[in-house]
Design a protein around this ligand. Structure first.
Ligand SMILES: NC(=O)c1ccc[n+]([C@@H]2O[C@H](COP(=O)([O-])OP(=O)(O)OC[C@H]3O[C@@H](n4cnc5c(N)ncnc54)[C@H](OP(=O)(O)O)[C@@H]3O)[C@@H](O)[C@H]2O)c1
Length: 323
């Protein structure tokens, strides 16, 4: 296979990054993957990916350790900065556990890129950095000009909102860094990501989705879930890297579905689980649009395909057994 070049993926063992590493290896890229513990069993799936033996090199790197990042990134022309803490619930010290690795960690990655001569960096942000904006006109789709309002996030005192603050600050800093340097910095803002897992551990979005099957809440708010398939996120990152004309920020949130409709759909296909029974109707206007990414050439699976592949993977892996 023709060698495409050398790229680095941070947090390679995670849910999104594992699919990205798989895609890059399948296209003939040499991949440097950063993990915090190369010997940990939770990263062992990476070595079993096709072409990994020859083309994947794992580096021990922490976002807060600048030198470890430089060592991993040296020799690469592109970097996908995917790593970030994504806690499934409350964290005790959000400033140190979330903000610090998200914001300082991202700046460390970008500086390491500048120092080692990287050309393009794609930073994985989130729609958490887009949708928490109470001043956005209600009927206007939220495009790349829409940013979460940090003061509004802070006031809401919800544990998830520290994550919104961390993603908003780190994405803003990343784009600002790109404007003030030679480095070509792009960001991708995916919504809630589902899909089969490659890694043996369970990430936060998988954990949250599985709660729907396990009767943990009998009554839930009928909010709109914004869903994208993990394999389509990997394709979006690849496309942004490959297309010279790509620039700036891209929202990646193709499927908007009220959770009640989602549960009805799940129930009709997989009836034997303990789904929520009651819904509280709430106002929720946030409607991000993925038009810019689609104009770049991005296509995605149907929500139906994502749901089927995800649930069938869970069933085969035995993840839903103790419901
Ligand atoms: N999943 C979603 O629904 C979703 C939606 C929108 C955006 N995103 C973004 O997508 C990215 C990947 O998320 P994911 O769902 O794949 O989560 P994940 O499976 O939890 O992966 C996160 C990765 O970040 C690494 N990491 C965390 N703190 C680190 C640090 N201080 N130094 C080095 N590595 C560190 C973790 O490494 P360890 O294994 O060593 O902990 C892990 O590999 C994140 O930037 C997240 O904000 C996710």
């Amino acid at each position: 296979m023709e060698e495409k070049g050398r790229v680095c993926v941070t947090g390679a063992g995670g849910f999104v990054a594992s699919w990205l590493v798989k895609l890059l290896l399948s296209k003939g890229y040499m991949v440097h993957g950063t993990v915090r513990d190369p010997g940990d069993e939770k990263n062992s799936h990476l070595k079993r990916l096709e072409n990994a033996q020859e083309n994947l090199q794992l580096f021990n790197a922490n976002l807060l350790d600048y030198n470890s990042l430089c060592a991993a990134i040296a020799g690469c022309s592109g970097v996908f900065h995917v790593a970030c803490p994504v806690p499934p619930g409350q964290v005790a010290n959000p400033e140190t556990e979330l903000l610090e690795p998200a914001v300082r960690g991202t700046l460390n990655v970008l500086k390491a890129c500048s120092e080692t001569g990287v050309e393009r960096v794609i930073v994985v942000s989130s729609t958490a950095a887009v949708v928490m904006n109470p001043n956005w006109p209600p009927n206007r789709p939220m495009d790349e000009d829409c940013w979460s309002d940090i003061d509004y996030c802070r006031e809401s005192q919800d544990s998830h909102d520290w994550y919104c603050i961390a993603k908003t600050k780190s994405e803003r800093e990343a784009l600002k860094y790109g404007e003030n340097s030679e480095l070509d910095v792009l960001t991708l803002c995916p919504s809630f990501i589902l899909g089969p897992l490659l890694q043996p551990t369970m990430n936060a979005s998988t954990h949250i989705f599985i709660e729907l099957f396990k009767g943990l809440s009998e009554t839930i708010e009928n909010i709109v879930w914004r869903i994208v398939d993990v394999r389509d996120v990997a394709e979006a990152l690849m496309l942004m890297y490959d297309k010279k004309e790509a620039s700036g920020r891209y929202i990646c949130a193709p499927h908007l579905v009220p959770v009640r409709t989602l549960v009805e759909n799940l129930k009709s296909k997989y009836p034997n689980y303990n789904y929520p029974k009651n819904y509280i109707e709430v106002d929720q206007d946030a409607k991000p649009t993925s038009e810019k990414l689609k104009r770049l050439g991005w296509e995605c699976r149907s929500l139906e395909e994502t749901i089927i592949d995800t649930v069938e993977y869970y069933q085969e892996a035995g993840i839903l057994n103790n419901s």
